[in-house]
Design a protein around this ligand. Structure first.
Ligand code: AKG
Ligand code: FE2
Length: 212
C-alpha cells in the first residue's frame, strides 16, 4: 500500500516560500497504529537493548550523539551512517513482531531497524536524510514512536519549505521513496519534555553491501 501524502492537510506549514508552488512531502501518517499493549511490550523490551551513545565527527570535531541508539537487522545487513559502521545485532522478539506487522499491513519489506532513545527533551536529532548507499533504491522507511510526544520536522532541501508534525506514542509515519533525496528531517530539543521517547525506523538494506 502506497498512500502518498495521505495525511497532508493537518500539518502546519511553518515556512511558506511566497508564490512558489507548495510542495508536499511523500509521507503517510497513521496515528495510533500501535495499541497500549503493543507499546508497553516494546517499551519493556527496550530496557534490555544494548543502547549506546556513539561519537560522531561534525565539522572535524568529535561529539557524542544527543541520544542513545542500537541497530538490529538480518545477518549481512550492516549499516554505515554518520561515519559509523554498525554490525546488525539479531532481532529482539517484539521489534521483529512489529516488522512483521508492517509487512502484513502494508507489504512493507524491511530487514533492519535503527532504535533511537531520547531520554528527555534535551535529546534530539539534527537535520539529515537517510540516503545511505546501502538503503535499497525505491524502498520506504517506516518510523514508529513510543513514549513522549515530540515534534518531527520535515524540510525541503531546495525550497526550505518546512512542516511540523507532532508524533504521539503509537504513531506510525511512513517516509515514502524518494523522500530522502528531496527532504531532510529532524527532532529538535524540547526542554519542557521530561519523559523518554523511543523511535524505531525500519529500513530495507542491500544485504552484504559491506563485504566482511
Ligand atoms: O526519532 C525520530 O522520529 C527520527 C529518527 C530518524 O530520523 C532516524 O532514525 O533516522
Ligand atoms: Fe532519519
Amino acid at each position: 500500500m502506497k498512500q502518498q501524502g495521505l495525511s497532508f492537510e493537518p500539518f502546519e506549514v511553518l515556512v511558506n516560500s511566497g508564490d512558489t508552488q507548495q510542495l508536499q512531502p511523500p509521507i503517510t501518517l497513521i496515528p495510533g497504529y500501535l495499541n497500549q499493549e503493543q507499546q508497553a511490550a516494546l517499551l519493556n523490551e527496550v530496557k534490555s537493548y544494548p543502547l549506546s551513545r556513539p561519537e560522531v565527527q561534525v565539522y572535524g570535531q568529535t561529539h557524542p550523539i544527543p541520544r542513545t541508539q542500537v541497530w538490529f537487522g538480518d545477518s549481512g545487513c550492516d549499516y554505515r551512517y554518520s561515519g559509523l559502521f554498525v554490525s546488525a545485532l539479531p532481532w529482539p522478539k517484539y521489534a521483529n513482531k512489529l516488522r512483521e506487522k508492517l509487512y502484513r499491513d502494508f507489504k512493507l519489506e524491511t530487514n533492519g531497524v535503527l532504535v533511537n532513545r531520547y531520554a528527555d527533551g534535551r535529546d534530539s536529532m539534527g537535520w539529515h536524510c537517510d540516503d545511505e548507499v546501502e538503503i535499497r533504491s525505491g524502498s520506504d522507511i517506516a518510523s514508529v514512536s513510543i513514549g513522549a510526544r515530540r515534534d518531527f520536522f520535515i524540510r525541503h532541501k531546495v525550497s526550505l519549505q518546512k512542516y511540523q508534525i507532532p508524533l504521539n506514542s503509537g504513531d506510525l509515519l511512513i517516509m515514502h521513496w524518494p523522500m530522502q533525496n528531496e527532504w531532510e528531517h529532524s527532532v529538535p530539543k524540547r526542554l519542557k519534555v521530561m519523559e523518554p521517547r523511543v523511535n524505531f525506523t525500519f529500513r530495507l538494506l542491500t544485504k552484504h553491501y559491506h563485504p566482511k
